[in-house]
Design a protein around this ligand. Structure first.
Ligand SMILES: Nc1ncnc2c1ncn2[C@@H]1O[C@H](COP(=O)(O)OP(=O)(O)OP(=O)(O)O)[C@@H](O)[C@H]1O
Ligand SMILES: [Mg+2]
Length: 328
């Protein structure tokens, strides 16, 4: 007989699926007769560092403002951590930190005064506010500037102060509208490092940009929108596959290129062969072949291969292909 104690071991209920950080359902927004956002279905998971990419006028700011509860959708809906952005707007506001693309700063205010003011707006009790302000300043690397006037900060520092401001109430989700625009390369890298640190702390971050390559090492997932429509959502590197651009190789042979080009053109897996600046450019069908085919074709045909390297198709080129340069 089996041990009766074992028969009553309570089974653990399966964990419910996690609530996504952001989910939009057929979200649309029109301004007059102009459709700025059309039936957007977007999911951002918790702890994602999510790139939201599109050219000027694509609808990035419109989407972020809806998620931040500053703009109402014309139709469809959006949820932030399970809360509806229209119905539960107050609750959503406490869960998010929204950094707009342009924000005024009070130039004659001191850095700590400014952050203390926003802390008070979020009803952080006075006795813990000072520590909270110092904590967020440390997070964004502005501790040394705590007594400085905002007007005396560089652009990069002001952007970091803007980030400190949206962190003051310890929100779970950050909505950052082009936080790196106008920053020099060093300030951009610093900003990206801060965002990675925030992701490690468990925050979900949506960052908009019109530069896909800027986000390729930073973000784990991204969406691309164009004319208010979603055209891609998934891992950043997945964008490349979406274009079916083929793989491009550059080849150099000893002697005459013409014979090598002739050899390569006999292979059906090779989409295109052309001569460019003394080298041979070969475009391969991604699913059918790899570099070995190019080498084998040339060597078997008696050509002497000097160089064969894959040309990384720049992400910006991929982006341009995906969006076809359509802006409005
Ligand atoms: N208040 C408004 N009234 C009328 N049209 C608007 C308004 N705000 C935005 N639009 C239009 O909606 C479209 C989307 O604008 P949005 O600001 O969301 O784009 P974006 O992707 O943030 O662009 P950018 O990269 O230039 O910041 C644009 O065509 C814009 O002209
Ligand atoms: Mg914008």
């Amino acid at each position: 007989m089996s041990d009766p104690a074992l028969q009553f071991v309570p089974r653990e209920a399966p964990a419910p699926p996690p609530i996504p950080a952001v989910q939009t359902h057929e979200l649309s927004r029109v301004y007059g007769t102009m459709t700025a956002l059309a039936n957007l279905n977007l999911t951002v998971n918790r702890a994602d560092l999510f790139g939201f990419i599109g050219s000027n006028g694509a609808g990035k700011t419109t989407t972020l403002r809806i998620l931040a509860t500053f703009l109402t959708p014309s139709s469809g809906r959006a949820e932030v951590l399970g809360q509806d952005v229209v119905r539960d707007a107050d609750r959503v506001r406490h869960l998010i930190g929204y950094m707009p693309d342009f924000f005024g700063v009070y130039k004659d205010m001191e850095v700590t005064e400014y952050l203390d003011f926003f802390g008070a707006c979020y009803k952080i009790p006075a006795n813990v506010r000072e520590k909270t302000v110092l904590d967020v300043l440390e997070l964004v690397g502005l501790t040394e500037k705590k007594g400085a006037l905002i007007g005396a900060l560089s652009r990069g520092m002001q952007q970091r102060l803007g980030l400190a401001r949206v962190l003051i109430h310890d929100p779970q989700l950050l909505l950052l509208d082009e936080p790196a625009s106008g920053l020099d390369p060093r300030a951009r890298i610093e900003m990206m490092a801060i965002l990675q640190e925030l992701q490690r702390m468990g925050k979900t971050i949506i960052i908009s940009s019109h530069i896909l390559s800027e986000l390729q090492t930073l973000c784990n997932r991204c969406a691309i929108i164009e004319r208010g429509r979603l055209i891609y959502s998934g891992p950043v590197q997945g964008v490349r596959g979406e274009t079916h651009a083929g793989r491009v190789f550059r080849v150099r042979v000893a002697g005459d290129n013409a014979r090598a080009i002739e050899l390569l053109r006999t292979r059906p897996e090779i989409q295109d062969v052309s001569e460019e600046e003394g080298r041979i450019k070969v475009v391969l069908d991604e699913s059918l072949a790899d570099a070995g085919l190019v080498a084998e074709t040339l060597v078997r045909g008696g050509a002497r291969l000097v160089e064969l390297r894959e040309d990384e198709l720049g992400l910006e080129e991929v982006f341009l292909r995906v969006t076809k340069g359509e802006t409005q």
